[in-house]
Design a protein around this ligand. Structure first.
Ligand code: PEP
Length: 249
């Protein structure tokens, strides 16, 4: 019912030369994928990535977007600028942005609105820290992050939104949430969307990925869970062989 979506998050990796080599290797390896395939790259690689993936099944995303249309925001990039490049997706609210760059639930919501207004598809990241999990706050944190991210977003937009559940303690650490924990936690997010909109909206429209050390070894088990609609992949998206194994789980 919900098409799986596997997205790479390159973070601050890959020059244009690296991008050319990686995408050249990746195209033939993922051409028959059942899942939707996305690579989210640094701004400087986007034009190359879009050009190289034209006519393929790979879509390109950015890793952030500013909420304003234009103006005095030195160093920022607007949704219009991404659309003009041919970008389809944009990661919003990644835990690294929340942790290192002052991203809040409110700025996440502002970015989501700006992206949707210009036709970009947001991949909204939510997830608890280890302290929050150990303190029994998983549900509270995820309900708050999900509710705030979707504030004032119309029901009609839900089909354009992907949520990535990324437990902060599992990102880049090699620790993966067990498939059961990931599934149960994603259910909390889906139930929240059902309450905010409607059960069918949550069931049919919104795809929810798992992210956090997903790799060729654990992808099959994670993707076998009913609530997990895909993955947001960091480290394992930087090598064509690894990423293609995840994509072709
Ligand atoms: C991420 O940064 O979105 C991520 C999931 O990273 P990794 O796969 O390296 O844990």
């Amino acid at each position: 019912m919900r098409t799986p979506i596997i997205a790479g998050n390159w973070k601050m990796n890959n020059t244009i030369a690296d991008t050319k080599a990686l995408i050249t290797d990746l195209i033939p390896l993922v051409k028959d994928a059942k899942a939707e395939v996305v690579i989210c790259t640094p701004y400087t690689d986007l034009a190359t990535a879009v050009e190289m993936t034209k006519g393929t099944n790979i879509k390109v995303g950015a890793e952030n977007v500013h909420w304003a249309e234009k103006g005095a925001f030195t160093g920022e990039i607007s949704a219009n600028m991404l659309v003009e490049l041919g970008v389809t997706y944009v990661i919003i609210g990644h835990s690294e942005r929340r942790q290192y760059f002052g991203e809040t639930d409110q700025t996440v919501n502002a970015r989501v609105k700006a992206a949707l207004a210009k036709g970009l598809k947001p991949i909204i990241c939510v997830g608890e820290t280890l302290e929050e999990r150990e303190g029994g706050k998983v549900e509270e944190v995820l309900v708050r992050q999900t509710t705030e991210a979707l504030k004032d977003i119309a029901k009609e937009e839900l089909g354009n939104i992907v949520v990535a559940y990324e437990p902060v303690w599992a990102i880049g650490t090699g620790k993966t949430a067990t498939a059961e924990v990931a599934n149960d936690t994603i259910k909390i997010i889906r139930d929240t969307i059902a309450k905010l909109y409607c059960p069918a909206c949550a069931e049919e429209k919104v795809r929810i990925q798992y992210g956090g050390s997903m790799n060729p070894k654990n992808v099959k088990e994670l993707m076998s869970m009913p609530e997990i609609d895909g993955g947001l992949i960091g480290g394992a998206s930087l090598k064509a062989a690894d990423f293609s194994l995840v994509v072709n789980y």
